[in-house]
Design a binder for this molecule. Structure first.
Ligand SMILES: [Mn+2]
Length: 195
């Protein structure tokens, strides 16, 4: 069975299409109108070995807020659809990702219970035209719409571009691990029998 999630989401602020294949090879086609955000989503697909198409028409004449938050919502929904009933998946994933001076920890649980813990201090206000305070909003939106417990912690960092890129790559590696199936897991990896 193909593990692909497709989401279309249209509001007065954004018009978004997302297709995510968990069993891809890292191919992506990303167009959000925000260069640095495209760079992050390309990295997410590449390092998670996901195939990802994201097309966004957002109200960038306002700022990057709606575009980034709503893309997070749509990506989270696509993740939730793609994992389906969660049979046989490892559920947990974590990664400690270095990028030059930056080191970021990501740990996540596809538990069905949304929760975000985000611990990072981004010193630059912007990278390109992206407002860096939107990074927390993005991960919050993903965690809630994917019903995922997500922890992201900056262990060390100086360059804001590096810190954010390390977050996206750590998230990608963690999600890849959590969505992998394991033949020793016959049903759901839960003593409650529900995820
Ligand atoms: Mn980069």
């Amino acid at each position: 069975m193909k593990r692909i999630g497709t989401v279309s989401r249209k509001t007065s602020e954004t018009d978004i299409s997302v297709t995510l294949n968990l069993d891809g090879t890292g191919l992506s086609e990303i167009q959000t109108g925000i260069g640095f955000f495209d760079h992050m989503l390309v990295s997410f697909a590449k390092h998670g070995l996901f195939d990802l198409n994201v097309s966004v028409k957002g109200d960038l004449e306002v700022d990057t807020h709606h575009t980034i938050e709503d893309t997070g919502i749509a990506l989270g929904q696509a993740i939730l659809k793609a994992v389906g009933d969660k049979t046989g998946i490892r559920r947990y994933g974590s990664f400690l990702l270095p990028m030059d001076e930056s080191l970021v920890l990501c740990a996540l649980d596809l538990s069905g219970r949304p929760y975000l813990v985000y611990d990072a201090v981004l010193t630059a206000e912007r990278v390109g035209c992206l407002e860096t305070e939107m990074i927390r909003e993005f991960f919050y939106a993903v965690s809630y719409s994917a019903a995922m417990n997500l922890h992201i912690k900056e262990i060390h960092g100086e360059n804001t571009h590096h810190v954010i890129e390390a977050m996206f790559k750590a998230f990608a590696k963690s999600l890849d691990m959590a969505t992998m199936t394991d033949s020793r897991i016959p049903g759901l990896l839960s003593t409650k029998g529900s995820l």
